[in-house]
Design a protein around this ligand. Structure first.
Ligand code: THG
Length: 652
């Protein structure tokens, strides 16, 4: 009687997983897969030869065996059990023709772990269950025709289904682990959030990637890129597991703990596997594993540790004992680390400004400014790009991309819409795939169509920038695109255009920016640092009377937006200012315009990086002419500008 009563109270007062992480280091269990292998099970244990070797079916056919593994880890003192569902997506279970039983199997495995954890839970040491979700075996962002032959939506659906079943079975959090392809992780998170919506409740998400001995994921993603992508997807815990022992994780773990304002997990193998007669043997003894993990806790402030392949209850027992023996100050390090991040939450965390390609990250804030956005992959702004798009010539687009990166572009704008074709979605998908594989610079997706944004983001493994939203048709575009920005963790360029058209004065630009800012931050939960406001560059070389003050208003607008909306970034398509005049005149005018804009706080400039003339290299006389035109300092500024460059264009 007393025991049921105690159970009830522990249940209702039990702290959640994240609350517990804010109090102490949590220790996961050790290997499941390699431990099952030690049981020497036979086909009958799996329910017949057809299922022999499927670890997940054991939760149904030999629940006692799986429970005994859970209990062994609980007895060792572990705080968190992983469900026996690592290869439990429908796709993986179909290898054994068990796809039809996906829900049953995942629910059963979750219930087994739940029951074991509850038996051992006490108010002092609540035990948790992590719903384990491993890779599907597909590599959606690779160029392998077979392995990449699955869509983002199909992947999301596989993980939605598994996550929902794990939740129904009673897990405390969802654990995406041993991830090889960051695009698959993104799809998994989309799927998990769909399960949350379906069940009307949510749980913490912990996402762990696997790095090889060189510190990269299978397809080349480095830890900073992976973390930037995951942080913007609002996962609760980020970490590393599998592939190597703790030593190879040291530098990436240090990066994570120093830069990412979230709990960090580290779950290594028992060393790098040795091949002994065709069998993987994990050589690391309990003591060195425990020493390494204790050091990660005390030196770096790691919040979650545990064991992956080759680790046993004995390994975890040693880990727990070694952590207990750490001096109190060292045990506190992880909690202090989280408090430190929380206490300066008002200041912009540098990692919030990171975008990423499939392989590396890139800050949107350059010192010195600006971030250079290459403009040349633009079917409307480049004849060469247009011809390539019309001919499905992706190699040429890749060449243009490489040239821009060599000229100094930090990120690349990609615009493939042509009036001659009606398949912008597909063109964008193919272009993004080609560029994702071939260049390291992150991409800016330039389109007016929400469906094209979606196609691009579902193909791109990294953290992209969307170009752009505006309020031209009221909320139509923001309501179509901002949910995609939220789902994919993208940054977004917002143009200061509303129902009245392009804002011409600084005051109107600020007004439109403010409206978009409020919608984006309050309704869609985007960070201010994810917003880049474009105060619009008008062409000053056409002599249109009403545009005489346009450069002044554009620059003043961005100065005020930066002032009034702290954290946001600004961007301009610089080359628009000079359409229609000679190349030498364009170069000078673009450069002087850029100079003034950067002094007013411009963060990013869409430019042809090969044609950027440093301000200091422009002769004084030319600067004067450009200033007079841009700053509307005299009636005949345009005439003098054109006249001068007609005479001097050729020699410069
Ligand atoms: N703001 C935002 N996005 C943008 C713009 C902007 N995207 C498109 C555009 N403006 C920026 N991109 C370009 C691309 C090319 C040129 C100008 C801006 C350009 N092209 C030459 C021309 O048309 O004369 C070269 C032609 C050719 O090579 O064939 O100048 O403002 N957010």
């Amino acid at each position: 009687m007393t025991s049921t009563k105690t159970r009830k109270t522990t249940k209702t007062t039990q702290r959640g997983y994240l609350q517990e992480l804010a109090r102490r280091v949590l220790v996961y269990d050790g290997a499941m897969g390699t431990t099952i292998q030690l049981l020497n099970l036979v086909a009958d244990d799996y329910g017949g030869a057809a299922y022999d070797g499927c670890p997940e079916i054991l939760a149904v056919t030999r629940p006692d065996a799986i429970s005994s593994i859970h209990v062994a880890y609980l007895e060792a003192g572990c705080d968190v059990l992983e469900t026996d569902t690592f290869t439990g997506t429908r796709l993986k279970l179909d290898d054994y023709k068990l796809g039809g039983r996906t829900l049953e199997i995942n629910r059963a495995a979750a219930r087994l772990a739940r029951a074991a954890a509850d038996r051992f839970s006490t108010p002092e040491q609540p035990r948790f269950v992590a719903g384990s979700m491993g890779p599907t075996g597909m590599l959606p962002s690779s160029d392998d025709p077979a392995l990449s032959n699955i869509t983002y939506q199909q992947l999301a659906e596989l993980y939605r289904e598994q996550a929902a079943a794990l939740m129904e079975g009673g897990v405390d959090l969802l654990l995406i682990e041993t991830s090889q392809d960051i695009l698959e992780v993104r799809a998994a998170i989309t799927g998990i959030r769909r399960a949350f919506a379906e069940l009307g409740r949510s749980l913490p998400i912990q996402a762990q990637v696997t790095l090889d001995t060189s510190g990269r994921m299978l397809l080349g993603t480095d830890v900073a890129a992976a973390a930037a992508i995951l942080q913007h997807l609002h996962v609760d815990v980020i970490g590393l597991n599998c592939s190597t022992g703790p030593e190879h994780m040291r530098e990436p773990v240090r990066y994570l703990t120093e830069n990412i304002p979230l709990p960090i997990s580290t779950i290594p193998n028992a060393g790098l596997p040795l091949n002994v007669n065709g069998q993987a043997v994990y050589p690391m003894e309990p003591d060195p594993l425990a020493q390494a993990l204790a050091e990660f806790v005390s030196e770096f402030g790691v919040n979650v540790v545990g064991g992956c392949c080759g680790t046993t209850p004995e390994h975890l027992r040693r880990v727990i004992q070694t952590l207990r023996e750490l001096p109190p100050a060292a045990q506190q390090r992880p909690i202090e680390r989280l408090r430190r991040f929380a206490s300066d939450a008002s200041a912009t965390q540098p990692t919030r400004l990171l975008v990423a390609s499939a392989v590396r990250s890139q800050s949107l804030r350059q010192v010195p400014a600006p971030l250079l956005v290459g403009e040349r992959i633009n079917a409307q702004g480049s004849k060469k790009a247009k011809e390539a798009v019309l001919a499905d010539d992706y190699d040429t687009l890749l060449t243009i991309a490489r040239q821009q990166v060599e000229s100094g572009a930090h990120v690349l704008d990609v615009q493939v819409a042509v009036t001659e074709r009606g398949d912008e979605d597909e063109q964008m998908r193919r272009t993004v795939k080609k560029l994702e594989m071939g260049i390291e610079a992150p991409l800016v997706i330039d389109t007016t169509e929400a469906s094209v944004v979606q196609a691009a983001l579902e193909t791109y493994p990294g953290r992209a920038v969307i170009n752009s939203v505006n309020l031209e048709n009221g909320r139509l575009r923001v309501d179509a695109v901002l949910p995609l920005a939220r789902e994919h963790g993208s940054a977004v360029i917002a143009l200061t255009i509303d129902e009245q058209g392009m804002a011409k004065t600084a005051a109107r630009k600020v007004e439109v920016a403010r409206r978009i800012y409020d919608i984006a931050t309050q309704e869609y939960g985007l960070d201010p640092e994810s917003l880049l406001f474009d105060t619009l560059t008008f062409t000053v070389t056409t002599g249109q009377e009403e545009l005489r003050d346009s450069a002044i208003e554009t620059i003043e607008g961005l100065r005020r937006i930066k002032q009034e909306m702290p954290g946001v970034l600004t961007i301009l398509g610089v080359s628009n200012v000079s359409f229609g005049v000679k190349p030498h005149a364009r170069a000078a005018l673009n450069s002087v315009f850029l100079h003034h804009a950067v002094r007013a706080g411009l963060d990013a400039a869409i430019v042809n990086p090969a044609h950027i003339t440093p301000y200091a290299e422009i002769p004084e006389i030319e600067r004067q002419l450009c200033d007079d035109l841009l700053l509307n300092r005299s009636e005949d500024a345009l005439a003098r500008f054109i006249e001068y460059f007609e005479r001097h264009g050729a020699t410069a």
